[in-house]
Write a protein that binds this ligand. Structure first.
Ligand code: B12
Length: 380
């Protein structure tokens, strides 16, 4: 395996075997999907390229199709489950086992790959784990939502050279910060990645990570260059989040449930259509409001207006793709603002978000795959 891993073997490109894989995944045909990948590997395809140039983009396409309301939540779940099993088939393919065995006598070192507590997006971490294995690392793959105390106990037991922490959903960034700090307190450097850190990885250094990479290939390249810097002793860590002193994040995350209950109680008076909502629609609305409060709190934590406005814009796009006007988010945001008048940073975020919603909305769901919102299908 070369570090740049140029593609070898059959072309996955237009009309190639990747199209067959997409059709199998969308048809929910696990066997055809595994066959597509194993046949490509039999014919000499490079495993790292299959992971990063076929399976990862295919999964991102699943997200785009869901966001544009062309796939149901059930289809998205099925496709993701099949993709996970396809990665399993790849990992157990004889060519891949042989490639890993070649490194067997002299593994580069041990890496723990884990998702943050509360993070369900395991597939990106799994892809990273397989790429690192292909590059000769001994990988402990801990999977989805690893509670930080268990992660730390693993670090003490296994003594990895690096902990690689994956976060796809921005609302887990405060939890990621705690996990990063806890791992570093053991003297182990932490590499972070995943969509939550933003395309430029802007939150990685803010949260004190020792490294960030945009994708699994760059992560493997970075680790191949040499060890990450050792984290500084905890008492020398510089506080990059002085804004937390205003306690806005603390108060709003602590009272999140109360805020959601209040908004749900007052919303029918502002949004009369709610009177006809089914129980399921009411549950979805409550989930959406809880999600808005979570994103608000996270934006306060990292002190980034764009995080909240971006989330609201994306939600508006998701709603638009489902025939729900973006302005239907306004009453909920206004009710939140009425509860948060004593919190200037939160008020600023909410008023910017409301301004954004009052602008004419482009249908962005197709172009911008971001978080879930109202109407049907919020769990992609
Ligand atoms: C599949 C999926 C799910 C599945 C996950 C199942 C699983 N086993 O993984 C389920 C259904 C559980 C799910 C749930 C939710 N999801 Co979802 N989900 C997705 C989806 C469609 C694909 C994610 C994925 O696998 N991408 C493909 C991989 C390859 O992604 P990648 O980020 O490019 O990975 C690379 C790099 O990031 C990097 N990398 C990743 N980790 C690491 C770690 C390190 C150390 C390094 C160096 C690099 C690195 O390497 C990877 C390979 O190159 C995305 C949409 C999308 N377009 O991504 C949404 C998405 C991630 N989900 C989203 C949301 C909002 C949710 C929910 C909140 C929905 C809800 N309302 O309930 C929940 C949250 C659950 C939770 N608490 O975690 C949002 C997040 C938005 C945001 N701004 O934070 C997304 C972006 C958009 C969406 N809904 O379409 N989801």
């Amino acid at each position: 395996m070369t570090s740049t891993a140029e593609h070898r073997g059959p072309s996955p490109g237009p009309g190639g075997w990747a199209d067959g894989l997409w059709e199998a995944v969308i048809a929910g045909d696990e066997y055809a999907a595994a066959d597509a990948v194993t046949t490509a590997l039999d014919r000499g395809a490079d495993a790292e390229s299959v992971l990063l140039e076929v399976i990862a983009p295919l999964q991102a396409r699943v997200g785009r199709e869901w966001a544009a309301n062309r796939l149901t939540v059930a289809q998205e779940h099925t496709a993701t489950a099949i993709n996970e099993r396809t990665i399993g088939a790849l990992a157990h393919h004889p060519a891949v086992r042989e490639a890993m065995a070649r490194h067997g006598g002299a593994p580069r070192g041990r890496v723990a790959v884990a998702c943050i507590d509360g993070e369900w997006h395991a597939l990106p971490a799994r892809i990273l784990a397989e790429v690192l294995r292909l590059r000769g690392w001994q990988v402990d793959y801990l999977g989805a939502q690893v509670p930080t105390p268990h992660l730390i106990s693993h670090v003490h037991r296994a003594n990895p050279a690096v902990v690689a922490l994956s976060s796809s959903i921005a609302t887990r960034l405060p939890a990621a910060h705690a996990a990063i700090t806890a791992c570093q307190a053991t003297g182990t450097p932490v590499l972070v990645g995943g969509a939550a850190y933003g395309p430029d990885g802007r939150y990685a250094s803010l949260l004190g990570a020792d490294g960030w990479a945009p994708d699994a290939r760059s992560a493997a390249d970075r680790l191949a260059e040499g060890p990450l810097p050792k984290p500084p002793p905890i008492h020398q860590v510089i506080d990059d989040l002085p804004h937390l002193a205003d306690q806005e994040y603390t108060q709003i995350s602590r009272t999140a449930r109360k805020l959601v209950r209040h908004v749900m109680g007052e919303l029918p008076a502002r949004f009369p259509a709610m009177a006809d909502y089914t129980d399921q629609q009411l549950r979805h609305t409550a989930e959406d409001i809880a999600h808005i409060v979570d994103f608000l709190a996270t934006a306060l934590y990292v002190d980034d207006r764009d995080l909240f406005t971006g989330f609201i814009e994306w939600t508006a796009g998701i709603l638009a793709a489902r025939g729900v006007p973006a302005r239907s988010l306004l009453p909920g945001l206004e009710l939140l603002a009425e509860q948060l008048v004593d919190y200037p940073r939160a008020m600023d975020l909410l008023s910017r978000a409301c301004d954004t919603l009052r602008q004419p909305q482009p249908d962005t769901a197709d172009a911008t795959p971001l978080p879930a919102g109202g109407a049907e299908g919020r769990t992609a």
